[in-house]
Design a protein around this ligand. Structure first.
Ligand SMILES: [Zn+2]
Length: 176
């Protein structure tokens, strides 16, 4: 297990930052802030790049890579939640980075991305928004028949209801 080099960080608290956190200028001064190479590459705007560069040089931000087992776990959970299409490769990296350290560190994901927050909740990783407040409930996607209202799992293959033949529509439901 990788150790963090900030010895003054007694509680071992870690913030895992995604792109929205960096663009929102989130940087905790009394905890470690970590992110992935993918996030760094994704930041295009000039001022955000300067901010990132300074944070890296000052040792306030560290780049880490997620473990392969953690990437696998996130991908598996994504399939189950139905958020699979709304998360980028970089998002998955950030979530997997948090999964990598969640047993050994007291950590929090910082993100304003709705799907990221949803997945964080499913992965049982605490999170907070940068600019907005975190969502309260977990949502899942299902498909519902417009005719007879029969519910289908989000990964159901057909376009039409097998009972009445009406079109299926995608719907977000609450629940864990
Ligand atoms: Zn139907």
């Amino acid at each position: 297990m990788t150790s963090f080099n900030h010895s003054q960080n007694k509680k071992g608290k870690v913030y895992v930052l995604d792109t929205s956190a960096i663009i929102g200028r989130f940087l905790s001064s009394d905890s470690d802030n970590i992110t992935t190479n993918g996030v760094i590459r994704e930041i295009k705007d000039f001022n955000s790049r300067i901010f990132t560069q300074n944070a890296l040089e000052d040792g306030k931000l560290e780049v880490r890579e997620p473990a392969q087992w953690a990437l696998n776990e996130v991908q598996r959970m994504m399939g189950e939640s139905g958020d699979v299409l709304r998360l980028s490769e970089v998002d998955i990296e950030v979530l997997a980075l948090a999964v990598t350290f969640k047993e050994s560190k007291e950590l929090k994901i910082v993100t304003d991305d709705y799907s990221m927050q949803n997945l964080s909740k499913i992965l049982k990783i605490p999170y907070q928004g940068v600019l907005t407040r975190g969502i309260k409930e977990v949502y899942r996607w299902i498909r519902v028949c417009q005719g007879c209202k029969k519910k289908y799992p989000h990964h159901y293959d057909g376009e039409d209801c097998e009972i009445c033949g009406s079109k299926l529509i995608k719907r977000r439901i609450k629940g864990s």
